[in-house]
Design a protein around this ligand. Structure first.
Ligand code: NAD
Length: 356
């Protein structure tokens, strides 16, 4: 039976890498019914919102979406489509694997890292007070009254909520993930020493959950120290569990460690829905020129195939990526080649067909 999947091409390089991914996934022989849904800046002009309800309705029907990157314009008054999707569908776990790939030169021994990022809370919760606004003035007065703190008049404020409930589910998810994938250990990153009542909740809740999961090695450290270990000896790390903002930053660091953003896939998972997307953004600097590396989105497609219980097809995509990268003749400029996005997609599809 064909899988119903919502396909959001996105903008910038999104449509190019989405098209490439579709070619590669269809080469597996798995049948899809794509429900193509546009979202983002162009849609905002036509429909008055960058994330129309029809997009969410489509994902609620299909339960699985493959999504290209979407530009977040600064200061338009609209929430990021990416953040909105994660919150509206309660996709509380972002899983971003970064694995060394053949033919890709890096500065470290072979790595196999996974960042698990809480995806709905923290400074990305969208609780924003604009500098000079009446709301910011009221908040300033309230904070003065409650805690005696003096927030400067010309400050904008972003609030950082981290809940016990939100933390418990991401920590339980991380332990299950580590156990199912036979991972070596989980390292949690926090700044509970500075942010007692937000990162403090993250750390304390995780330490409680740890007691219920003694079979998985678990270590907590301050996130700045974790960043140092990522730069110094990343091979000592395995699963990295972090709140939202640190996860956004550290997953890009991990992508850089294994060859760059063009190679890093991602999954946003909740109890009901799943949205698969590359870790990279819309890359306006190279959009429309056939230069975009499709691998991050293709590997996101492989993650989706596994989620749809198409393990063999997912394996074929992984093998095809490894072969095309190792061969190095059809790769895009970020990997030192001069192939186009389409050329690389065709080479990947040919490899997929040869293994099916
Ligand atoms: P970016 O990831 O788009 O680009 C950073 C650098 O990496 C650029 O030099 C770009 O050319 C390169 N790059 C990224 N993907 C590549 C690929 N597939 N192949 C080759 N090179 C690639 O980050 P940015 O420039 O900070 O963000 C651009 C826009 O994307 C912003 O509006 C940002 O908010 C948005 N964004 C969206 C998502 C998402 O949709 N999930 C994620 C991150 C950023």
């Amino acid at each position: 039976m064909a899988h119903l999947v919502t396909l959001i091409p996105g903008d910038g390089i999104g449509p190019e890498v989405a098209h490439a991914t579709r070619i590669v996934l269809e080469a597996t022989g798995v049948e899809f019914r794509w429900d193509v849904q546009e979202a983002g800046a162009a849609v905002m002009e036509r429909e008055g919102t960058p994330l129309p309800e029809r997009v969410l309705a489509s994902i609620r029907r299909s339960r699985a979406a493959l999504k290209g990157p979407i530009t977040t314009p600064v200061g338009t008054g609209f929430r990021s489509v990416n953040v909105a999707l994660r919150q509206d569908l309660d996709l509380f776990a972002a899983v971003r694997p970064s694995r060394s790939l053949p033919g890709v030169r890096t500065h470290h021994p072979p790595l196999d890292l996974v960042v698990i990022r809480e995806n709905t809370e923290d400074l990305y919760a969208g609780i924003e007070f604009e500098v000079g606004s009446p709301q910011a003035a009221r908040l300033r007065d309230l904070l003065q009254e409650l805690d005696g703190v003096q927030v400067p008049q010309d400050a904008g404020v972003t609030v950082k909520p981290i809940s016990v409930t939100g933390t418990r589910r991401i920590v339980q998810f991380a332990f299950d993930f580590a156990r199912r994938g036979r991972r070596r250990n989980i390292t949690l990153g926090h700044k509970a020493n500075i942010m007692w009542y937000s990162d403090g909740v993250f750390l304390a809740t995780a330490l409680q959950e740890r007691a219920a999961n003694p079979d998985v090695d678990f270590l907590a450290m301050e996130v700045d120290e974790l960043a140092m270990w990522l730069a110094w000896e990343p091979e000592t790390l395995d699963v990295i569990l972090v709140p939202n903002l640190y996860g956004d930053i550290l997953s890009d660091v991990c992508a850089g460690l294994v060859g760059g953003l063009g190679l890093a896939p991602g999954a946003n998972l909740g109890w009901e829905y799943a949205v698969f997307e590359p870790a990279h953004g819309s890359a306006p600097d190279i959009a429309g020129r056939g230069l975009a590396d499709p691998v991050a989105m293709v590997l996101s497609g492989a993650l989706m195939l596994r989620h749809l219980s198409e393990q063999d097809a997912a394996g074929a995509v992984d093998v095809a990526v490894a072969r095309v990268l190792a061969e190095g003749t059809h790769v895009t400029p970020d990997l030192g080649g001069n192939g186009s996005t389409d050329e690389m997609a065709k080479a990947l599809a040919t490899q997929v067909r040869s293994t099916r």
